[in-house]
Design a protein around this ligand. Structure first.
Ligand code: FAQ
Length: 330
């Protein structure tokens, strides 16, 4: 017999049965490759995982403008400057698509930005490394955008509709970025000895941090199992890292550059490039805020937010004025 007022009452029991049925139906839809849309029922943990991943991704795009933005005034020609300006603007646009996708899950953009500024939200480890020479701009386009594409192409098939659709557009733009980066590297490698050396130095510094972009090894990844079950992720971190290495090593050889990994060798048995050990302690330090540029990146982002306050105030005041004008006219 049920007693009113206790947790074990009929309502709670009915709700549990109902939730289990909803959960089963949700997983069936995922397994059938149906897209989940904002107004559909979804488990709270699915929503939270998406907000976490999409907002981290958005923050990465926004912070990711800084290392390259650093070279806009020093690009070696007008053509290079125009391409770099367009690329950095594209990254900002990607951040905006992604914040908009996260907002469909019921979290406000202001809240996400607040978490970033308060140092509570993560962004990709890769953007905490400095851009010391022009060759770094080539290396970022080739390697960082290359890694981003490898990770993001499968996200175009993510089970959550708004994220998947945002990724389709982002990937198209990233592939243009990757080509312009590779073309910078190619030009340097076909240039004089000092230019080729600059390209090699950039590869030496960016190679290992790029491998870390794919996240911790599978054995240490907290979220991969659930995220693959929900088809948010389609591949594990190690699988994507390996795909990136297999695609990129021949590109480095074409440039005449040496991948800075003495243990790198082609394994005939598996058909993959076997690589040396990744320094996961360095990754942990960078994610914990102790990378070479973490403090500088956050300081710059906070300052930019403060400098832009008047624009947001003006836009808000204008929107209010327009609203009252429409109300008066109605
Ligand atoms: N940096 O359990 P997992 C770009 C965290 S591309 C910092 O494996 P998950 C384009 C992870 O958040 C770069 N933190 O996590 C561009 C988690 O911490 P939490 C951005 C990392 O989510 C190019 C913990 O470690 N791309 O911006 C990193 O299943 C050029 C455990 O890890 C994306 O965000 C890292 N590298 O897999 C812009 C792609 N890796 O949240 C400008 C979407 C892991 O529990 C210029 N995201 N962590 O506190 C993803 O695909 C996934 O979130 C992974 C991580 C693969 C990054």
């Amino acid at each position: 017999m049920y007693t009113q007022g206790l947790n074990q009452g009929p309502d709670a029991a009915d709700r549990r049965i109902e939730d289990a049925a909803l959960l089963q139906r949700f997983q069936e839809r995922i397994d059938a490759e149906e897209r989940i849309e904002p107004n559909d029922w979804m488990p709270e943990a699915y929503r939270r995982t998406l907000v976490r991943q999409i907002s981290q991704h958005a923050h990465s795009e926004i912070i990711g403008m800084q290392p390259e933005g650093n070279w806009i005034t020093r690009a070696p020609s007008l053509r290079r400057k125009a391409a770099l300006l367009a690329k950095v603007q594209d990254e900002c646009g990607h951040g905006l698509y992604l914040y908009a996708a996260a907002e469909t899950l019921g979290v406000a953009r202001e809240e996400m930005v607040e978490q970033l500024l308060a140092g509570k939200a993560k962004y990709s480890s890769i953007f905490n490394y400095p851009t010391l020479t022009w060759a770094d701009i080539g290396a970022i386009g080739w390697l960082v955008d290359g890694a981003a594409i490898m990770n993001q192409i499968p996200l175009c098939r993510c089970s959550y509709g708004p994220y998947a659709r945002a990724m389709i557009r982002v990937c198209k733009e990233e592939s243009f970025h990757q080509r312009q980066g590779y073309e910078i590297m190619l030009t340097l490698c076909r240039g004089n000895g000092a230019q080729k050396e600059m390209a090699q130095d950039a590869l030496n510094r960016w190679w290992w941090p790029c491998l870390m972009m794919f996240g911790p090894p599978d054995a240490a990844s907290q979220h991969t199992d659930t995220s693959t079950r929900w088809k948010i992720k389609r591949f594990t971190n190690d699988e994507l890292r390996q795909k990136f290495i297999d695609a990129t090593v021949p590109q480095a050889h074409f440039l005449g550059l040496t991948v800075p990994d003495p243990d790198l060798r082609f394994d005939e048995a598996t058909g993959h490039w076997a690589h040396g050990a990744i320094d996961w302690e360095e990754f942990r330090q960078v994610v914990a805020g102790n990378g070479p540029c973490n403090a500088q990146r956050m300081e710059r982002r906070r300052r930019t937010e403060e400098d832009g306050a008047w624009v947001r105030d003006a836009a808000r005041a204008f929107a209010e004025k327009e609203k009252s004008r429409h109300r008066a006219a109605a």
